[in-house]
Each structure stands twice: as C-alpha cells, then as structure tokens.
Design a binder for this molecule. Sequence first.
Ligand SMILES: Cc1cc2nc3c(=O)[nH]c(=O)nc-3n(C[C@H](O)[C@H](O)[C@H](O)COP(=O)(O)O)c2cc1C
Length: 216
Amino acid sequence: MDFFDVATSTPTVRRFLPREIDQRELERVFETANMAPSGSNAQPWEFVIVRDAEMRRTIQRIYEALWGPYKENSIIRGRTTLSARAQKALAAGDGFAASLAIVPVHVFIFLDRPKMRVPRGTPEDLFNFGATYGSMFPAIELMMLSARALGIGTAMTTMLSSREAETKQLLGVPEEYQLIALVPMGYPADGFKRPFRKPLWPRMHDGKWTRAWTRA
Ligand SMILES: Cc1cc2nc3c(=O)[nH]c(=O)nc-3n(C[C@H](O)[C@H](O)[C@H](O)COP(=O)(O)O)c2cc1C
C-alpha cells in the first residue's frame, strides 16, 4: 500500500472479526515497529503478545471494569454538550469493551525504565517525558501503521494504566517495567475509514504564532 493511503486510513478499530493473525505477518509488524527512533537510541520497548483466549477474557474483565466509570464520567462532563459524534464514540467504546476477548491478539507495550535512566515519578520524569514516553509512541504508531498496511486493525488504549500492578502481575512483568499501552490487534469488522480530524490550517503558523499559514 502507498504510505499516504496507510497513514490516512488508520482509524481506531473497535469492532473486530475473530479471525487469527498469521504469525509471520505479526512478526513483520513488530520488526517494522522496532525500527522506530528513541531518545539516545535506547529502544526501551518490550512487547508482550497475548493470544491465549482465557487470558484475553481476563484482560477484558479488567478493561470493562475501568470502561464503565470512564464512560459515566464522560457523560457527566458532557451532559449538555455531548455531540452525536461523542455519543457514537461511547457506544463504540461499549461494544469494544464488551468484545475485547474476541480480538485475537492483545499487544501490551512496556517501557524499560532503567534504560531511560530517569526514575519514575521524579521531577525530571515530568519535564523529561518527551525522552521517556516520547521514546515509546513512535514505535507504537509504527506498529499500528504496519498492521494497517497488512489489513490489520488496531486500537491504542491506555485505560489499563490505572490497574498497572494487576496487569503486570497477570503477565509476569518485572517491577522495573512500566505499562504504556494495550493495543488489541485483529481484522476489522467494518474495514478502514478515514478518521475525522479538525481542520489543520487554523493550527498552522508561518514562522510566527501570529502569522497564519497561507495554503499554496
Ligand atoms: C494515548 C492514547 C490513549 C488512548 N486510550 C484509549 C482507550 O483507553 N480506550 C479507547 O477505546 N481508545 C483509546 N484511544 C483512542 C482514541 O480515542 C482515538 O485515537 C481517537 O478518538 C481518534 O480516533 P480515530 O483515529 O478513530 O478518529 C487512545 C488514543 C491515544 C492516542
């Protein structure tokens, strides 16, 4: 696939087919993700690939327990302003949480903290987050784009971070690793659409903040 077609048709997929992913395809996705840049070329990512059905059911239970309160909060916050788009997103989130276990591959991404040499929770961690978390998301995005190029859908999720200890225990992850994201991966039930984004041009500045970008 053409790169620009891939990059503009990689929405969050929340409805999946229960179809398995060929292991060689999967490995191609991770070999590509592994090419991502990172601070000092530390390459601090570790991937835990969960394919076991019972394990996926357990992950779904944890996710669902977090999704409910998250959804309630979104409704309370947006009571008077919840747009049709937001309502649709919440409904999609409901379906996603309720069917997570059928998604054939659950990818957990962990950050190797010692590799980044910035202790977690210190002030340096806060102002240096570009180097730490910023060293993770290029690899995650590259993984998602590579999957898309092979017809495989993904959904970035960070919901499980609030149950990090439980998640790490479930997966047998050592203390020094930090949970960054869970990305369920599988074939989409509804194909790939171009995601909705706000217009770019009002957010483009030419040399100075006060000078609007003029399109060619
Ligand atoms: C850092 C990050 C965390 C996210 N966490 C979640 C999540 O926990 N659950 C979920 O359903 N979607 C999650 N998303 C997906 C966003 O809701 C999605 O990227 C956004 O709504 C745009 O979706 P679209 O690309 O399909 O338009 C997350 C996305 C990002 C970038």
